[in-house]
Design a protein around this ligand. Sequence first.
Ligand code: EPZ
Length: 425
Amino acid sequence: MGDRMLIRGGRPLSGAITAQGAKNAALPVMASALLLRGRRLTLERVPDLKDIHTMANLLRHLGAGIEFENGRMTIDVPDDLKWETPAELVRKMRASSLVLGPLVARCGKAVLPLPGGCAIGSRPIDFHLRGLARMGAEIDLEQGSVHARTSGLSATRISLDFPSVGATENMLMTAALTPGESVIENAAREPEISNLAQALRAMGTYVEGDGTGTITIRGSRELGSATVRIIPDRIEASTYLLAALMTRGEVTINDINTEYLAALLSKLDDAGVICDVSPYSVTLRGADQNWRGVTLTTSPYPGFPTDVQPQIMAALCMAEGTSVIHESVFDSRYVHVAEFRRMGGKIDIQGNTVVVIGVSKLIGAEVRASDLRAGAALIIMGLAADGQTEIHELKHIWRGYENLMEKMTSLGADIEIEPGSEIDE
Ligand code: EPZ
């Protein structure tokens, strides 16, 4: 059995922490380095996370040289790259699909094992493949792998059926190395997309409209070395704010662009929770506030982020009144509900909608993390529950939360890791 996290609940969190670099910005920016030939991409404020190391190992497998220390990463890309990606790395992390576009644009071909589904849904990459085909790639599926090749891509207009974050990123990167003007319609608007656009501009690409639904790119055959700073992680920041609320503590998040938190802050306002907000820091005081149940639907940015849905569901388990949550981005992102029920959460799933009836007390229990954000939500539940909570399958949590034990301990949480008997995978 792997390591377990032990949390003894009931202690208010208080203090200040600094937001990490955004995992979901660093991963696509790392992949964009493959567009360079014999040049270097330097990234600053890269979080030290499992997923970052997985992506680094994938890029090394393809031929890149990577140094990573104290948040600073340099990626040196050779003239010749490998274009087949190893299944053991790709299946570990869906974001591996972000190397597909750059490899096809750079090498004229790529082989990528189809990323597996996971606890939050089937997660196909059909939008990515359709976009590449639109630009002139031939796509075949053989033995569970995507085989893509092209004799030359052409700039074009791509309209996405859904504002998919990954598909928008793959199209952005592919178009950056395709001479001519491409337009992505119904593009994702997440801040992480703009961070990738910033990196591409630094490499010499004309990109306009990132952050809106229509992005225009003028690609070229050769891009130059560049340096880019990764934006702060809005999902990590949201997680700690909800932990502060649930423990009735007082927590300040520094070095976070609070514009990214607008949907969460507005929902907290609906619940009767007022935060002190300045452009780059936010303080939530949970001590003297009860919070009301709310109704929320997750949706692509700037809507309420699906990656905060498990965490706010945890907080709503102790709201005064009833909440209704509708998950509209993923086809099944409620695996965490069963674990919340074990801790006393009163939750009813009705199709793709969940009804949460607030209770005044949660009880610590033995639970298991099913995915990254569900794991983070179980920590929030454990911090507020009476007694001890034991969380298993911690590997999911280490994928996305840098220095979590140090940060939680500095905020006063009674939290420790009990080493497991076997090496966790
Ligand atoms: C990114 O995943 C994030 N991951 C996810 O965060 C996040 O939940 C998601 O965007 C939505 O915001 C990274 O950025 C590395 P999508 P991505 O393509 O790009 C369907 C976390 O916890 N879809 O916007 O995979 C898909 O199944 C992770 O950090 C297709 O049907 O998300 C989903 O229902 C979890 N076909 C919806 O679209 C496709 O080709 C949104 O997916 C692509 C997506």
